[in-house]
Each structure stands twice: as structure tokens, then as C-alpha cells.
Design a protein around this ligand. Structure first.
Ligand code: ATP
Ligand code: MG
Length: 427
């Protein structure tokens, strides 16, 4: 079956399904393969559950005309997404970066959707499957698409660009994340900049944060840039007003009080303002959209439990975001601070150095009682008595049973696999 025929079938359906536990009526089911499963096995089940057609890549599973046989299901999903995207011919904004992609995507979507019918990446569906699924969510009604692109290896962003063909793009930051796959910070810069390379090669627009020298350097001789930043004299001028504990900034002379903590969120908000102003969203609508946005999923959420106030940042962690969180926590004016840090994953050979660097920072900038949890932190050399190591979550749990924490301001941050949100139950 060729792509045009597949597209015709797609137009007859209500959307895409890839999981038989979650089949939408009248959808087009893609029988994807994983390391431990073969979607072809579930094709029949998908039809029984309500799918209209099934895309399979093994002839023997195709029982009647509802089975659409292609050479490779994943490739077909990606090609269909590109075909659909080109048919729609709407502006697509792509964003990538080491930290803050989802937050920035959601803020940007909140701002743009006050004026346009937008379709944005759902949650964190930012890879070689998520990006096509996002594009296929777009309909004739969609006026602007916002696509989050994630990567933990070189060439992934280039590949995602050849699927999504973005017209606009930005990089939230270059940080020490996924060093296992990228090798070094230089590797991160090169890999994330694949988005710039694509946009430049196709003469598309780049949103550039003027406060980031790396972004400036990488776009120096390029003319299609829209610049924004703190107190710059360029396209969008912003000022930081306050970060205690939420980021308040001023834009066009009016104050925007966000519900996001962490000075690092200034950049994420700045992107949304810049994109909004580029697409001529009214200042008041930009302000209202940002003020209404509340982070979810343990992404720098401020919570209360008993007498304690908590910055819950247990969604994920890497050296850059952990340092940003610590620096922010240090600036917050609170009497009694307590820090819980869990291991950072996917650091490969740099794991030991990066965990020790965090400990060294803590030794110098005593933030208060600090609990370090996990095998990596356990291996670090700790001198100051305010820092305490635990090899596992259970070890921390037994300790806290005899050491209650009260009237404190807490920071909780660690990689997803550490699931440090469990600490809430111990307080
Ligand atoms: P993922 O790689 O899982 O897709 P992401 O890039 O989408 O992550 P978010 O989910 O928006 O990032 O944010 C995750 C965490 O990263 C936040 O809770 C916060 O701790 C941190 N963070 C967000 N923005 C920044 C930033 N600009 N600089 C440093 N750290 C940040
Ligand atoms: Mg994300």
C-alpha cells in the first residue's frame, strides 16, 4: 500500500491508535513492534475493539481488506505524519533542549491558543513515535502546531525535523542531560543544534534567547531570528521582577505573576511571551495565559504537607537542572531549609564526577540539612555533617521514622527512576 492510499484510509478514520488497551472507535491502528512485542499479533484484537483499519507489516496477519499491509509499520506512521503535515500546510513550531521542553511547550500553547486553534504535543510524546502521533492529531481546524522534540542520541533531532518539517524552532537550553548518549556537553550542543541546522538550511525562523551566549553564537550569521531576553533592546524586552517563590516578570511594562517556581523558569516563560508576541497575541492574553498555567507532574510544583512546604521537583534530574534547582533554592528566603536529592541517571562515564560536583557545591553553599539518596550519591565523598547519604529509598525511610521533619521548606529532586515523590508519604 502506498502513502497516498494509506492517507485516504486515514481520512476515513477518527484518529490513530497504537495500543489495544486504548482503542478509539473508528481509528486507524498501527501495529508497531517493540523489543518485547509485535503489534501484528494484536491487529485482530484492535479491530474487535473498534479500530476501522489496521496497518500491519506481516502478510500472514492480514485477514481481510481492513488490514492494510505495508513494508514497515513504524516507517509508514512517520511517512503518513509527514504527508498529513504537508497537506495541512500550517506553521509548525518545534522545540527541543535539555531542560524545560514540556513546560515551555505548554506555556507556548497556552499563549497561542488564546488566539489560534492549536495542536500541541500531548504530555511528553516527543520521540520518533510521539512526534508523528502529534502531527496526526492535527486536523483541518488546526492553525498552528507545537511539537516537542526529545533526543538522547545524535541525529535524532535531524530525523524528527525531516518528519515534522518545522517552520519555526527554538532550543530551551543546552545542558548536561543524557550524557550517556551524547558523550559530552559539546555532544549535547551539536545534537540539539540539529534543529538550528534544519531551520537554517530551509531558511526558517529561529527564536533566540539573547541571554544565552551559546544560542547567540550558533545563530550569529543567520538573518531569520526573533530575539528575546532579559533587558535586551531587541524584539521582546523582559525584566525579572521577583522569584520569591514564583517567577514574576515584566513585559511591555505590565507585570506577569506566574505560578512557576525557579528562576530557570524565567527562560521558559520568556519563550512563550516571545512566540506570542511574534504571532501578535494581545499582551493581556499573554499575561492571562501565563498567570493561569500551573505545573503538574512534580515539575517544580509547590505543595504543602503538614507544617512543611515543599518544592516537588521529582519529575526528573540531570546535572544542569539539579544545579539550577539548588541555586534557586539557595536564593529563596526561608528560615529552615531541607534538601532531598536522588541520583541522576543516564550519565554514563561522567556519573561519578557529576554526583561529586553536586556534593562539592553543597559543601560550600550549605543549604541546610541535606539527604542524598541512591547508589551514585552513596559513592561520593561527603565531609560536612549536614550532608547525609542513604544507599536506598528504604534506608531513608527507616531514618525518617525516627527523625521527623517539621516547619521546614523542602526541595525534593531526583531522576524519574528514583520516584522521590514517595517522600511525601514519609512526612
Ligand atoms: P523531558 O526530557 O522529560 O522531556 P523536559 O525538557 O520536557 O523533560 P520539563 O518536563 O519541562 O522538561 O521540566 C522538567 C524539570 O526540568 C523541571 O521540573 C525543572 O526541574 C527542570 N527545568 C525546567 N526548565 C529548566 C530550565 N530552563 N533550566 C534548567 N532546568 C529546568
Ligand atoms: Mg518533556
Amino acid at each position: 500500500m502506498n502513502i497516498k492510499q494509506l492517507y485516504q484510509h486515514f481520512k476515513e478514520c477518527n484518529g490513530i491508535s497504537t495500543d489495544t488497551r486504548n482503542i478509539e472507535n473508528n481509528s486507524l491502528f498501527f501495529a508497531l513492534k517493540g523489543n518485547n512485542f509485535n503489534g501484528n499479533h494484536f491487529a485482530r484484537q484492535a479491530l474487535e475493539a473498534g479500530a476501522k483499519y489496521c496497518v500491519v507489516d506481516e502478510e500472514k496477519y492480514a485477514l481481510d481488506s481492513r488490514y492494510l499491509v505495508v513494508e514497515n509499520v513504524l516507517k509508514s506512521l512517520q511517512n503518513l505524519a509527514t504527508f498529513h503535515r504537508n497537506e495541512l500546510a500550517i506553521p509548525i513550531i518545534a522545540l527541543t533542549g535539555s531542560n524545560g521542553k514540556t513546560t515551555t511547550k505548554e506555556l507556548t500553547n497556552a499563549v497561542l491558543s488564546t488566539k489560534f486553534k492549536t495542536t500541541a504535543t500531548l504530555g511528553n510524546l516527543n520521540n520518533h513515535i510521539g512526534v508523528p502521533l502529534t502531527l496526526l492529531q492535527m486536523t483541518d481546524a488546526t492553525e498552528i502546531g507545537i511539537v516537542e522534540m526529545g533526543a538522547n542520541h545524535p541525529v535524532e533531532i535531524t530525523f524528527l525535523c525531516t518528519i515534522a518539517h518545522p517552520d519555526y524552532g527554538l532550543i530551551t537550553n543546552f545542558g548536561k542531560a543524557h550524557l550517556e548518549g551524547f558523550g559530552s556537553i559539546e555532544g549535547v550542543i551539536k545534537a540539539k543544534s540539529e534543529l538550528y541546522d534544519y531551520l537554517k538550511a530551509n531558511h526558517k525562523t529561529i527564536f533566540v534567547n539573547e541571554n544565552d551566549p551559546l544560542q547567540i553564537k550558533q545563530t550569529l550569521n543567520y538573518d531569520k531570528v526573533f530575539k528575546f531576553g532579559l533587558r535586551t533592546s531587541t524584539d521582546t524586552m523582559l525584566e525579572m521582577v521577583n522569584t520569591q517563590p514564583y517567577v514574576t516578570l515584566s513585559y511591555n511594562g505590565s507585570e506577569i505573576k506566574s505560578k512557576l517556581t525557579g528562576s530557570y523558569n524565567f527562560n521558559n516563560i520568556a519563550v512563550a511571551i516571545a512566540v506570542g508576541s511574534y504571532f501578535k497575541v494581545e499582551s493581556d492574553d499573554i499575561k492571562n495565559a501565563i498567570e493561569a498555567y500551573t505545573p503538574t507532574n512534580n515539575r517544580s510544583q509547590i505543595l504543602k504537607k503538614g507544617s512543611n512546604t515543599i518544592i516537588m521537583d521529582a519529575y526528573n534530574a540531570n546535572p544542569t537542572s539539579m544545579m539550577a534547582a539548588l541555586e534557586n533554592f539557595e536564593q529563596l528566603v526561608q528560615a529552615k531549609k531541607v534538601v532531598f536529592l536522588g541520583d541522576m541517571f543516564e550519565l554514563g562515564a561522567t556519573a561519578e564526577i557529576e554526583h561529586q560536583a553536586i556534593v562539592d557545591y553543597l559543601e560550600q553553599n550549605k543549604l541546610g540539612k541535606t539527604y542524598l539518596i541512591g547508589k551514585n550519591f552513596y559513592k561520593t565523598t561527603v565531609k560536612h555533617p549536614s550532608l547525609q547519604k542513604f544507599e536506598s529509598f528504604d534506608a531513608l525511610k527507616s531514618h525518617l521514622q525516627n527523625h521527623e521533619i517539621k516547619d521546614a521548606f523542602l526541595l525534593i529532586k531526583g531522576s524519574r527512576g528514583m520516584a522521590l515523590e514517595r517522600i511525601l508519604e514519609l512526612l
